[in-house]
Design a protein around this ligand. Structure first.
Ligand SMILES: Nc1nc2c(ncn2[C@@H]2O[C@H](COP(=O)(O)OP(=O)(O)OP(=O)(O)O)[C@@H](O)[C@H]2O)c(=O)[nH]1
Length: 213
């Protein structure tokens, strides 16, 4: 069974003011933290979904680059386009390119929840869910396509229509910190190193089949 690793790196960065996925964190462009976490788990193919304007800034030679026909349609459109472009892939581990603390341990843990009774595996904290650090099965495609046809672009609305395995994480867990503004960035850089961030709520991990929402 093929499990692809997908980095979403085609956003506008309008709140940040410049393409945030190339900002250096711990010596690496932000998108590389996501890509490396997926690559270290041997996910294949490795895909960066982006647009023509940013394409040349991804120098890797062993990844597939998806260039979106219409840029800036949002993550749901990028997911739908990616699943459509890779018909042989069953599961897609989708990670944003603005999450400095995403790492291989997080990806490894999430992969253990793969189960074909679900359409998606999604981290959940008390404060909310994390659709952009989640696994999607290709069975999610028809619902994603329908929503886009209705001009709906919310990942959360998609998840409301899928069989989802929610994986609990503590609110204090830094894994899902993401950068939207220059203020987010300066606060993150002050904290520096991307270590010791993996704090899943292991005691309340669901057993398979008990947590479909
Ligand atoms: N491939 C692709 N990725 C996207 C698209 N829109 C957002 N993303 C990615 O999804 C993640 C979350 O994006 P946001 O921060 O919500 O949006 P953004 O457009 O990057 O930033 P803002 O303009 O400030 O909202 C980031 O990694 C983006 O690069 C898109 O249309 N295509």
């Amino acid at each position: 069974m093929e499990i692809a690793g997908v980095v979403l790196a085609g956003g506008q960065s309008s709140r940040y003011g410049q393409p945030k996925m190339f900002e250096l964190f711990a010596g690496l462009p932000l998108y590389k933290h996501s890509l490396n976490a997926l690559q270290e788990n041997q996910l294949q193919p490795l895909i960066v979904a982006t647009n023509a304007g940013l394409q040349s800034k991804f120098p890797e030679d062993k990844i597939s680059i998806i260039i979106e026909d219409r840029p800036h349609q949002g993550p749901l459109s990028a997911l739908q386009n990616t699943i459509t472009n890779f018909p042989q892939v069953e599961w897609f581990f989708v990670v944003a390119s603005d999450m400095p603390y995403i790492n291989a341990d997080f990806v490894r843990t999430m992969l253990t929840f793969i189960d074909d009774r679900y359409d998606a595996i999604v981290p959940k904290q008390a404060s909310g869910i994390q659709p952009l650090a989640s696994l999607y099965r290709r069975t999610a495609l028809p619902k994603a396509t329908l929503l886009l046809q209705q001009n709906k672009r919310s990942m959360k609305v998609l998840l409301e229509q899928l069989k989802v395995c929610y994986v609990p994480y503590e609110d204090e867990c830094t894994t899902f910190v993401n950068i939207n503004t220059q203020l987010d960035w300066s606060q993150t850089v002050e904290k520096k190193s991307p270590t010791n961030n993996f704090t899943p709520n292991e005691e309340s991990f669901p057993k398979m089949g008990e947590n479909s929402e």
